[in-house]
Design a protein around this ligand. Structure first.
Ligand SMILES: [Zn+2]
Length: 182
């Protein structure tokens, strides 16, 4: 993680001053013309959530968006990429995967009950980027679509992994039981 700054600078066209900033769009600036937003959401701000222990994240989310002001809403469209560290549910091998939203689009009303929060003329897009991406995380990651390899017993990874998930499951049920008793 210490090298994240170096990685950011290595991306062609990346504007360093946007590094670490939340993804916001200024409505006043939008009044003139559409705005292009490009950059990364660092891991610390991403608050990655996965229900699957086979899916983890160790890299920032990248985005390239265009925001446009409509009559009473903002339209944001573009592309989002989130690299993932996955473990194959069949052979238990680690592999790289990603969620790529090539046609990300969100319509943000500025008025009415569903109006998006505005702070200092700015709308924070981060929650919408997170939501759409996390919804598309792989459910049962496979290193390749036809993986039918059994885990290699000699590595000894099978039983620890199995035991781990079993104990996690038991712990979760214990927590649920506690909640019920309270
Ligand atoms: Zn596999």
């Amino acid at each position: 993680m210490r090298d994240a700054g170096v990685a950011l600078l290595a991306i062609p066209g990346f504007r360093g001053e946007e590094s670490g900033m939340p993804v916001t769009v200024n409505i006043r600036k939008l009044e003139g013309a559409p705005i292009s937003l490009e950059g990364e959401i660092p891991l610390e701000e991403l608050e990655f959530v996965s229900n699957d222990e086979m899916v983890a994240c160790s890299q920032p989310m990248r985005y390239g968006l265009e925001a446009e002001l409509l009559d009473d809403a903002i339209l944001v469209r573009g592309e989002i990429l989130l690299p993932l560290d996955c473990e194959c549910v069949r052979c238990l091998q680690s592999f790289q995967d990603e969620v790529r939203l090539a046609d990300f689009a969100v319509h943000l009303p500025l008025e009415g009950e569903d109006a998006v929060p505005i702070k200092n003329d700015c709308v924070d897009l981060t929650p919408f980027l997170r939501e759409d991406t996390f919804l598309r995380l792989p459910q049962h990651p496979l290193c390749r679509p036809d993986c039918d390899k059994l885990p290699e017993l000699k590595t000894g990874r099978v039983s620890p992994a199995g035991a781990k998930s079993a104990s996690n499951g038991a712990a979760a049920w214990n927590e649920l039981d506690k909640l019920k008793l309270d």
